[in-house]
Design a protein around this ligand. Structure first.
Ligand SMILES: NC(=O)c1ccc[n+]([C@@H]2O[C@H](COP(=O)([O-])OP(=O)(O)OC[C@H]3O[C@@H](n4cnc5c(N)ncnc54)[C@H](O)[C@@H]3O)[C@@H](O)[C@H]2O)c1
Length: 388
């Protein structure tokens, strides 16, 4: 196990009815609030009115930024920064999924920075300060509600990049599983794949002597697998939605589940290049890429993949070699993704080989990626080719 330090400052209010905590929480951070949300599902569900009631109760003056895109765009982030400056915004409230929260984090950092916010995404500057943000989560997937990461797309240059900073951890996040009842089937599937992928990036590690971390990862995977189909069949099943929601928050929680382990994150980088150009959902891209990444790298450490097959998928090890077990676990992953309706190939989105070189080049723009197996441009292209 490697040395580590850990701090997560986000307060969590979890459970049905936890929205009632909102006014008291917002009241701690300021009176001038930027309310950030997406395409209007919060208006249809009535959540918008409930949030405004809470903000009124806190005596807040509210400015709104609506229409955050899935795969949030730099242009929209810049609009938010402008609103913060014009209206003297003191606090940002994100109501939505990962896209709304990520956009809010970039706005929070950009509002306190004199230069171009893209500098943070382009690794030309490091966030030194940010407006405080809070979230009301409506979709279980990214973990953005309790981490310091944000992913933004520059649509003009077709670059999707991330930044991380302790300054943009939400001060609080309200996690009411009933707010995810309206998440459509395909987004529920994407969320499940995203959560599992976050765990994979940490679990498939070369670090040894980390039994607790491995079991934390395995238990999140098992819990998501057990609950996914229930949530898909019964979208208003509280237990299933609650279990998936908490798994999502823990899966990417400032590294909580894999403290002391070296992480990989290559598959996220490989996926970002797909959604940067084709604007497909992040979870769908991961569903396509991840099992192919697994096939490409498993021989770096077949024992970890064999352990995954046995412990997560219950595959009987009797009479099987480590390699056979590893491959059976990878097949089980693909079969599960397919069973819940997640895509397996780029051709599902009519994506061909036209941009593979460009995507592979961009994925390694800061050098080889991943740590389980270091991947150069040719490796990344090979994984894209397996994904066609
Ligand atoms: N910050 C992080 O740590 C992190 C991690 C992984 C991915 N990401 C990024 O997050 C983004 C994806 O976020 P996401 O997966 O949460 O999805 P999302 O926020 O993009 O939302 C997907 C769709 O679901 C809709 N939606 C959300 N809540 C709903 C509800 N309750 N009812 C009905 N519809 C609802 C949205 O309007 C949107 O159309 C991508 O840009 C991805 O790259 C960030």
């Amino acid at each position: 196990m490697n040395p580590f330090s850990f701090r997560n400052p986000t307060a969590i209010f979890f459970g049905e009815g936890s929205l009632s905590k909102l006014s008291e929480q917002v009241g701690q951070y300021g009176k001038s609030v930027l309310l950030v949300y997406g395409g209007g599902s919060i208006k249809k569900s009535g959540l918008y009115d409930r949030v405004l009631e809470q903000l009124n109760a806190a005596g807040a003056t509210v400015v709104e930024l609506a229409g955050i895109e899935p795969n949030p765009r730099l242009t929209t982030v810049n609009k938010g920064i402008e609103l913060c400056r014009t209206h003297g915004v003191e606090f940002i409230l994100a109501v939505g999924g990962g896209s709304v929260i990520d956009a809010s984090k970039a706005i929070a950092a950009g509002a306190k920075y004199d230069g171009d916010v893209w500098d943070f995404l382009d690794r030309k500057a490091v966030v030194q300060d940010a407006l405080p943000i809070g979230t009301v989560l409506t979709l279980a997937a990214t973990g953005s509600e309790m981490n310091g990461s944000s992913v933004i797309t520059n649509w003009e240059t077709q670059q999707k990049r991330g930044f991380g900073s302790p300054h943009v951890y939400p001060r609080f996040s309200i996690l009411d599983p009933t707010l995810t009842y309206t998440v459509p089937r395909d987004q529920t599937v994407n969320g499940v794949v995203d959560i599992m992928s976050h765990v994979f990036e940490q679990y498939f590690s070369l670090t040894t002597d980390t039994p607790l971390q491995e079991r934390l990862c395995e238990s999140i995977l098992q819990t998501v697998i057990e609950n996914a189909e229930v949530a898909l069949e019964q979208p208003e099943n509280y237990a299933a939605r609650a279990n998936i929601m908490w798994c999502g928050t823990l899966a990417l929680n400032g590294g909580l589940i894999s403290l002391g382990m070296t992480n990989d994150w290559a598959s996220h980088g490989i996926e970002h290049e797909i959604s940067a150009i084709y604007d497909i959902p992040h979870g769908a891209g991961l569903s396509i890429v991840f099992p192919n990444w697994m096939k490409y790298v498993y021989d770096a450490r077949p024992d970890r993949f064999a352990q995954y097959a046995v412990r997560v998928w219950g595959i009987d090890p009797a009479g099987k070699s480590e390699d056979e077990l590893a491959l059976a676990g990878i097949e089980a992953t693909r079969a599960f993704f397919t069973k819940i309706g997640a895509p397996a190939t780029l051709s599902h989105y009519n994506i061909g080989s036209e941009n593979l070189d460009r995507m592979a080049e961009e994925a390694v723009r800061f050098g080889p990626i991943g740590s389980f197996k270091r991947l150069n441009q040719a490796d990344v292209k090979a994984i894209y080719e397996l994904s066609l």
